[in-house]
Design a protein. Structure first.
Length: 435
């Protein structure tokens, strides 16, 4: 039987969106080091569960979070419904280890869904496959509880069903925790190794039946399985393979891709002592490079235990939104670039300093993103096989003004000139309309 996939319209909409907000928020935010602190500090299930008595998030405002995402130009918001610590951040009926059993006492995901509907930001869910709290996940705990692996699968599919049916139109399901050949699973089997198969086919069938317009992502760093709609590149751009742990070596297979990155470049959850946030220029470059590789950027923030998004993160997002207001045409509803941009000698010295995207309708519209000031005043653009220019119009997205683009090499190349005084303060995007 052919695996059910998300609708083609859903995949296209996901590709058009290009930019989303990732949110890691949970009990680990109280400790303020990272989202894996239960494992890193080797908490017992009982010790860690006591944190729930302290979770009150007095400043949480779903509307403020979603409005920030909208102002940043992010079209979807994917939040941890349950991370590896097993604590559910919504009002699940399948566990008492949940946010509505804390002093906070509310369902933040329900509030985010309502705010998303108001601001046009769709909701997505991070769902952990690992669960350090559930009595049927870890082998020793399973022995003590007398439960079976099938009990955990029932819990997992039950939560996915709840998420599919209680919060409206869902953008994506982002699964994490299945890494059969990676060091954490093999070195720490008592924490990470599953007790059997996850039955992904049945899980994906459930999602695609109940939410046909939701895309499925599984962050397993391997060739996508049937039923998965988007190929994920954790902390990396498709094809660059720069992650320090070498986890993204699988070649692109699916046309829809996504890279998840975080604003601090360290943990995804709130880190109290981390004060170095990536500059807006670096984050804008990530977005342009991801789009140039045919991928979305899912940019993470780690809210504080009080329920606010840290001011440095909000500042970066606001600056990204301002840039997208000027240059978003070159990001949204684009597809992977096909142009090669070189210096005036034709050398590849500009790799990493430029990115290109193209209009999704293949109507001859291309975008060249000059990512930093190292790109020279004039540069060469080479067309791929089968593309030849008889005319070209070059304009800057941030001001609409024309720049010089000279057809060279009998139409196989362009010579483009963008003087320093004409450039944008963040990233300069040149629109090329080629015939």
């Amino acid at each position: 039987m052919t695996a059910r996939q998300a609708s083609s319209a859903a995949v296209e909409r996901f590709q058009d969106d290009r930019f989303g907000m990732f949110v890691h928020w949970g009990l680990y935010s109280l400790i303020g080091t990272n989202e894996w602190v239960m494992f890193h500090d080797r908490y017992s299930r009982h010790e860690y569960a006591q944190l729930a008595q302290r979770f009150d998030a007095p400043d949480f405002d779903a509307d403020a979070w979603v409005q920030l995402a909208a102002e940043a130009g992010q079209r979807y918001l994917t939040i941890t419904s349950r991370h590896h610590d097993g604590f559910s951040m919504y009002d699940t009926s399948l566990s008492e280890h949940k946010v509505t059993k804390t002093p906070f006492g509310r369902d933040p995901i329900a509030e985010l869904a309502e705010a998303g509907a108001r601001h046009g930001v769709r909701l997505g869910f991070f769902v952990s496959l690992v669960d350090w709290h559930h009595p049927a996940y870890r082998a020793h705990v399973r022995e003590v509880s007398g439960l079976a692996w099938s009990d955990y699968l029932g819990f997992l599919s039950g939560q996915v069903r709840e998420l599919c049916t209680q919060y409206g139109d869902i953008a994506q399901f982002w699964l994490d925790g299945y890494w059969p050949q990676e060091p954490h699973t093999t070195a720490f089997p008592n924490w990470f190794a599953p007790g059997g198969d996850f039955d992904f086919g049945e899980l994906y069938e459930l999602i695609h039946t109940l939410q046909p317009d939701a895309v499925v992502v599984n962050n397993h760093h391997a060739v996508p399985f049937p039923g998965e709609d988007v190929q994920e590149y954790e902390g990396d751009i498709a094809g660059e393979n720069t992650h320090p742990h070498g986890i993204n070596v699988t070649a692109p297979v699916l046309t829809a891709g996504e890279t998840c990155q975080t604003v601090t470049s360290t943990s995804y959850g709130f880190a109290r002592d981390v004060h170095e946030y990536r500059p807006a220029s670096e984050l804008a470059s990530l977005l342009a490079r991801a789009a140039g590789a045919g991928s979305n950027l899912l940019l993470n923030v780690g809210p504080t235990p009080e329920g606010t998004i840290p001011a440095p993160a909000a500042d970066r997002l606001t600056r990204l939104g301002a840039w997208l207001g000027r240059a978003g045409e070159g990001i949204y509803a684009t597809r992977a670039g096909v142009l090669r941009v070189a210096d005036k000698f034709g050398d590849n010295s500009l790799a990493g300093h430029v990115a290109s995207t193209r209009g999704k309708n293949d109507d001859g519209v291309h975008y060249i993103h000059l990512l930093d000031g190292s790109v020279p005043t004039s540069f060469v653009v080479d067309f791929p096989a089968g593309v030849n220019a008889s005319s070209v119009e070059a304009t800057l997205l941030h001001d609409g003004g024309e720049v010089r683009a000279e057809i060279r090499a009998d139409g196989d190349s362009l010579h483009v000139t963008v003087p320093a005084e004409r450039r944008d303060g963040l990233i300069t995007t040149v629109r090329l309309a080629v015939q």
